[in-house]
Design a protein. Structure first.
Lengths: 115, 112
């Protein structure tokens, strides 16, 4: 299993600002993902965070808006840039660990409200 | 291509009665299938998973699901609902564990 810590757990931000979300995992992981869950919606994959290289973004998500870093195996950041109210969502970090049979583990999420 | 359809956006049951949450999938390859639960203001927790072993899968908290290839279904069931089961449930499909596709979710309401 894995324990995933996300910071901040929630924040209220002003339009036009940027916020960085941190994700720290307590065990070795094979893959790290960032998801967005808009109010009342399901989860949408933003990108796969690759260690030491650029993240792999899904259709509709771009690096300029959602820059991602992953400097080592257990830590990643997601920045939401130049925020607008449409970015108000829960952002979830998710991982696959080396000692499991494929399932994803999730942090509790970062709930962002953009005014 | 892979996709998941959760047939009911809301399900309401009385405490002590059976729960059935329906999920159909589409996959070009042999899929792995998962059910996750999300309680309010919480992250997602794995309930159970199917990864090509036994087709009837037992999970936590008395939930189980049966993989039916002929029907492309992976419905989640529980014999007797408890108030603490009220949450949102997501069916997820994956091929090779590199990408995971989420259904739209089913909100389960449990009435006393």
């Amino acid at each position: 299993s894995a324990v995933i810590s996300q910071k901040p757990s929630r924040d209220i931000c002003q339009r036009g600002t940027s916020l960085t979300i941190q994700c720290q995992v307590d065990s070795q992981v094979t893959m790290m993902f960032w998801y967005r869950q808009q109010p009342g919606q399901s989860l949408t994959l933003i990108a796969t965070a690759n260690q030491g290289s650029e993240a792999t973004y899904e259709s509709g998500f771009v690096i300029d808006k959602f820059p991602i870093s992953r400097p080592n195996l257990t830590f990643s950041t997601l920045t939401v840039s130049n925020m607008s109210p449409e970015d108000s969502s829960i952002y979830l970090c998710s991982v696959r660990t080396v000692d499991t049979t494929g399932e994803l583990f999730f942090g509790e999420g970062s709930r962002l409200t953009v005014l | 291509a892979q996709s998941v359809t959760q047939l009911d956006s809301h399900v309401s049951v009385s405490e002590g009665t059976p729960v059935l949450l329906r999920c159909n999938y589409s996959s070009s390859y042999s899929p792995s299938l998962f059910w996750y639960v999300q309680h309010p203001n919480k992250g997602l927790q794995l309930l159970l998973k199917y990864t090509s072993a036994a087709t009837l899968v037992k999970g936590i908290n008395g939930f189980e699901a049966e993989f039916k290839k002929s029907e492309t279904s992976f419905h989640l069931t529980k014999p007797s609902a408890h108030m603490s089961d009220a949450a949102e449930y997501f069916c997820v499909v994956s091929v090779n564990f590199n990408k995971f596709y989420f259904g739209s979710g089913t909100k389960l309401n449990v009435k006393p």
